[in-house]
Each structure stands twice: as structure tokens, then as C-alpha cells.
Design a protein. Sequence first.
Length: 362
Amino acid sequence: MGDINKDPPETGVLQDSLRSEGENLHKQIAKRNGEVNRMNKGELRAKLRDLKQDTRGTRAVLQKRLKHCYKKNRLSKANLRDPASINHFYDNIIVIDFEATCEEAKPPGFKHEIIEFPAVIINTQSRKIIGEFQSYVQPVLNPRLSKFCTRLTGISQEMVENAPKFPEVLNQFKNWLNENNLIFEGEDCRSFAIATDGPWDMGRFLLHQCNDSQQPLPEWAKKWINIKKSYCNFYRTKRLPLNQMLEKLGLHFEGRPHCGMDDSRNIARIAIHLLNDGCNLRLNERIRLHSGGKPDFRYRVVCNLSRRDFESLRGLSKPDVINNEEESDEDTENEDDEDLGHFENPDEVDIPIEMMAKLRMK
Ligand code: AMP
Ligand code: MG
């Protein structure tokens, strides 16, 4: 993405011709989108079947899929590649879904400790799962799991007693990242981004666990993709729990809910559907850092990362936006409740003029 957008814009006659070609394509794709908007579910499924596409999911999902498909085909007819296929922000997405100690009564001030650390790598080019990591973790503050916790997560006392403690597991995870050539290179990192279902895996469990175990919070954990947010923005739904996100795609939860590994695999299935349907997953949440680069636990620690913040981080927009980055305090939802806020307009049609030449197939 960065390379494409950092190239100097086309000039003069060439730019004019590209602009008019772009506008023409834009009109044609918009017209198709209008037709898709008027189709009922049966019509959508029939068209998708003809195009050898997945026909599962709600009407809104099918519409999104068909629009993406038409757009890709129209671009290819014009000898242009689909921007999403060469333009994804990350080579890999790593889905993480922690399980933690818990009590049924949710006692105030209870300190959750991570007891399962799973991760699934999705390669964004092949859109396949290419690796997995999993370890149970021995809790220290509350070494005995409540019956409720075992019932919820399927994790027994024995499983955590035989497991390494958090600093060692975090180290194993870092080694696994290295072994898989997943190197975090700072804000401009293309290699991978973390994805979670909701804000709390990074914003509560990992942040607090690192603090309690006196481990620095890893750089890769300070910003992440909240898949729930990506999903509801892309398919235009309210915030949904994991099983309902799957159901709207015509899928069912596979495995055991609240098993961290199974949760991660199911979140990964959703991420793959989003990618297939043309959603360019990007970071959308971050830890709010205060002076000294540390979070202040007296305040809300998770906040929204807007598209503009993201573009400035990636060097895709003007420096004055970059300077505002730390001041951006658009808040994320406080709990994973219904929230229709923060909708962003996923650009279904637009083909940036400066990309036209790059999209031209050789
Ligand atoms: P999940 O990713 O939904 O499986 O949840 C992650 C962690 O949140 C669990 O391991 C629990 O520590 C906690 N948790 C989830 N659901 C509940 C619940 N209903 N009551 C108490 N804690 C929960
Ligand atoms: Mg879970």
C-alpha cells in the first residue's frame, strides 16, 4: 500500500485520461451497485451461484459479496487489478482470543489472569490459516480456578498447574513469531497485525497481565483490529456476539465456545470472509498511552483508531494529521454492547486516481 501511494502522481494528459477512465468505471460500478441494492435474496444467490461464489449469508452479506465480485470483474475487464488484492495492509493477521480466570459473581476489583494463550495466523494473500500457537498459562494471584471458570472455558485445574507461567508463555509466543518470520517493524509494519473479537483481549487481559507480571506490553499489542467493529462497519450490522456474526455469514461455531483456540479459529473464519468479501482489514483500536508511553489505569485505556489516524500512521496522509494522532480521543465502546456508532463509509466504488496506473495489468 505504502509504495503505491508514495509514488508521484501522474501528470498532464495521462492524468486527465486516467481521471476520465476512473470516473467512467466509477459510474458503471455505482450503477451495478444500485441494481444489487434492488435484488432480493433469491436473485442475489442465483447471481452469486452463476459467478461460482459462496451463496451463504444474509441479504446484506450477499449484496456486499456480489458488489465486490462485480467490481473485481469490471476492473479486470478494464485490464485493472482489484485494489484490495494488491493493496492489503498486512501480509498476515494473527487472531488472538485469551481465556482468563473468572468468577460467576464478577467480584469488584477481581484481577483476571490469562490461562489460555492461543493464536492463529491468516495469510491475507492465500486467505488461509498457515500456523497456530497455543499454551495454557498457570495463574499466580488466584492459582485455583473457580468451578464456574472451568465450566465456562473447559480449562481444568490440572491443565493450568502443568502449564508455564505468563512470562515464559509470552516468551514462547515471541519465539514463535520469530520462527514464523513475523517481525514487528513499528507503525509501518506490513508483516502482521493482531485481530481480536472486541477490545478486551489486548485492552484488558494482556495489558493487565503484563502489568501484573512486570512485563513490558509488547509493541504489537498496542494497536489491533477489533474484528467485531470491522464486521459491523463492513456488513452494516449492529455489534454482534461471535456466534451471531458467524450465523449472518451462514456459518456455525465449530468446536467449543470459550475454548480460546476454538474461539480464535472461529474469529479467523470471520476474518477470512471479510477479506474474501473485499474488506481491507486495518487497525481500528489502540491503547491510550500517557506521558512516558505508559497507559494510565485511572482512565479508560482503550480508544478508537479512526481511518484518518490509521492513514497518518501508515504515512498515507498529510503530516498535520500525524501530529494530532495522540490527541485523537474518539472513544471506543465501553462494553461490547449494541452500538451503532463509529460507522465509517467503506468505499465500495472509488478507485484512487493515483492508483490507476499501478493497477494496470502488465
Ligand atoms: P471469551 O473470549 O468470550 O471466551 O471470554 C474471555 C474471558 O472472559 C473468559 O475466559 C472469562 O474469563 C471471561 N468471561 C467470558 N464470559 C464470562 C461470563 N459470562 N462471566 C464471567 N466471565 C466471563
Ligand atoms: Mg474466548
